[in-house]
Design a protein around this ligand. Structure first.
Ligand SMILES: Cc1ncc(COP(=O)(O)O)c(C=O)c1O
Length: 223
């Protein structure tokens, strides 16, 4: 069982905890400044870890099942095995932080080895960490109120297994900094002439498709 009582106790006692201070670490909910991991954690030493980011609007996970499936895909791809109930972990964390509109960051590392060694034993206990931050629902005032942002287009320097959401985001950090220095907010990545992704976002296109009726039996699809 996840220990949520402890986090709520701090609030009940009237001790001030800023919203978002409650994190999940290895089955416990606790104030962020009391959450500690080993310096030999492989996520810290090697980036031997994966993550997910899941927006919650009015305390409901956005495309929650798809995010959990992608998390499980990343875990399988790097052979980390856990039997965590992700839905429950996320719900308890969101509730402990007051609910509403939150972005949940969830990270699973392979765990801590004895000392630093590239190779690992299969019996390590994964480190499971999650935290939240408040987000704005940018669609709350309707799609017309959404503001655009400036972006640069730059080379995609990331590794070749971007289907695994690995925490080693140095290429993303470097290009985002490059974007910032150019007065932009995002970097759109290009590899072999193909736009792949944003440094911290997805790329989606709307293609307008309409039917033109030339006659009752003949239909053309035009873009
Ligand atoms: C590098 C990166 N790209 C894209 C995204 C957007 O992910 P999503 O498919 O959940 O919108 C994220 C957020 O997790 C990210 O960290």
């Amino acid at each position: 069982m996840l220990i949520s009582a402890r986090a709520f106790m701090f609030v009940a006692k009237g001790i001030k905890i800023a919203a978002m201070d409650i994190v999940h670490l290895n089955g416990q909910l606790l104030p962020a400044d009391q959450a500690h991991i080993s310096v030999f954690d492989r996520g810290f030493l090697f980036g031997d870890s994966i993550y997910e980011v899941i927006p919650f609007y009015q305390s409901k996970g956005f495309r929650l099942e798809e995010h959990i499936q992608r998390l499980e895909h990343s875990l399988r791809a790097i052979q980390i095995h856990t039997d965590v109930d992700w839905n429950r972990l996320l719900d308890e964390l969101v509730a402990a932080n007051g609910g509403g509109n939150l972005s949940v960051y969830l990270q699973v590392s392979r765990g801590a080895s004895e000392g630093r060694s590239h190779q690992y034993d299969g019996d390590l206990t994964p480190t499971i960490f999650a935290c939240c931050k408040p987000i704005k629902d940018i669609y709350a005032d309707g799609p017309d109120s959404v503001q655009g942002i400036a972006a640069i287009v730059t080379a995609d320097l990331r590794w070749h297994r971007c289907d695994i959401k690995a925490t080693g985001l140095l290429p993303n950090i470097l290009v985002l900094q490059q974007a910032r220095q150019a007065g932009a907010a995002e970097a759109i990545l290009i590899r072999d002439g193909v736009l792949t992704e944003g440094a911290s976002s997805n790329l989606l296109w709307w293609k307008t498709v309409c039917f033109i009726h030339r006659n009752p039996v003949q239909r053309f699809l035009a873009e």
